[in-house]
Design a protein around this ligand. Sequence first.
Ligand code: NAD
Ligand code: AHE
Ligand code: ZN
Ligand code: ZN
Length: 370
Amino acid sequence: MIKTRAAVAWEPGKPLSIEEVDLMPPQKGEVLVRIVATGVCHTDAYTLSGDDAEGVFPSILGHEGAGIVEAVGEGVTSLQVGDHVIPLYTAECGECKFCKSGKTNLCQAVRATQGKGLMPDGTTRFFKDGKPIFHYMGCSTFAERTVVPEISLAKISKEAPLEKVCLLGCGVTTGMGAVKNTANVQEGDTVAVFGLGGIGLAVIIGAVQAKASRIIAIDINEDKFEIAKKLGATDCVNPNDYDKPIQDVIVEMTDGGVDFSFECIGNVKVMRSALEACHKGWGESVIIGVAPAGAEISTRPFQLVTGRVWKGSAFGGVKGRSQLPGIVEQYMNGEFELDTFITHTMGLDDINHAFDLMHEGKSIRSVILY
Ligand code: NAD
Ligand code: AHE
Ligand code: ZN
Ligand code: ZN
């Protein structure tokens, strides 16, 4: 066993506990990674809250990290000690029906065990006093050292700053990818973005890259508007300023609705607004936000009959092993920035403060530096 520092989620709704845990060496097809930095995403807070249908406890959360390979298990051929990597919650085996389909990034090779907090062989690598601690989304980046399947690691340039590109492990890739891969926004299209956290702001970057003519940024926290405008939002709207539904406001602003909308909150009522803010005949709405267990979406079927399209996007439709290294290169070439997202940095001991800042609406991303 190796010792590692980790933030353990012992039970839902309780602060994380920073402690030393035991970590088994990587087994067949697995890799030991020293995490250098990790972002804190709203999905970590969602699972910690107890709202996640797949939430299991005790577990080590975190899925937006970057690190360095320290050891490889038997049979690992694509990675070696010293490689720089980003853990993937959407693996890419290249061999399953999903990978081969050319239609989706949702590799299923390890998804079933991953959703139960287990490694592909059905056991855990983390222990405390001999008792297993569950993994999270196949990543568990809130541990200084973690074990991850080989197919759940993207090998990236050693030149890339890990304390920044960790954000490409989830939030920024998700938002930009949803615009490019899921929606395929074109020059001149109009876009509405609901929720201006790390995901919504990355949607704005993607929409600017796609040369959208109008980017309407929507949030109930007006503190988010300055960054949204800096990144390229053309209009900022607070739904609380109106006494009619926000979809009616957007439809009026855009001569019938936007070409594309993105829900980046995880609120099923806002998902409906985002769909109904789309233009009759062709408007498409992409759900990115993750809603609590049991929540359901609804709208009048007439909304779809009359040409609006409802879609969803996971990890921005990006295939992690084959495409993420290229996205890291794009960042290195200055095609987009990450600094604006990083409003706070802190050590692992202060990780609960990162959750507080998120809940208070004061941060975009807190990055934990080990
Ligand atoms: P965040 O908490 O940083 O941002 C959410 C934003 O939504 C905040 O600015 C908040 O003020 C705003 N908001 C809340 N309620 C609102 C309302 N009623 N109307 C307008 N704005 C409202 O969260 P994040 O890290 O950006 O994540 C956003 C969502 O995306 C979460 O649900 C997260 O779980 C999900 N997510 C999904 C994927 C995916 O692959 N599908 C990836 C990452 C995150
Ligand atoms: N466990 C949840 C589902 C959570 C979810 O939808 N996760 C997104 C990524 S969020 C990253 O911050 C995702 O990629 N989903 C596809 C997948 O295969 O999980 C539940 O409802 O059970
Ligand atoms: Zn995330
Ligand atoms: Zn696969």
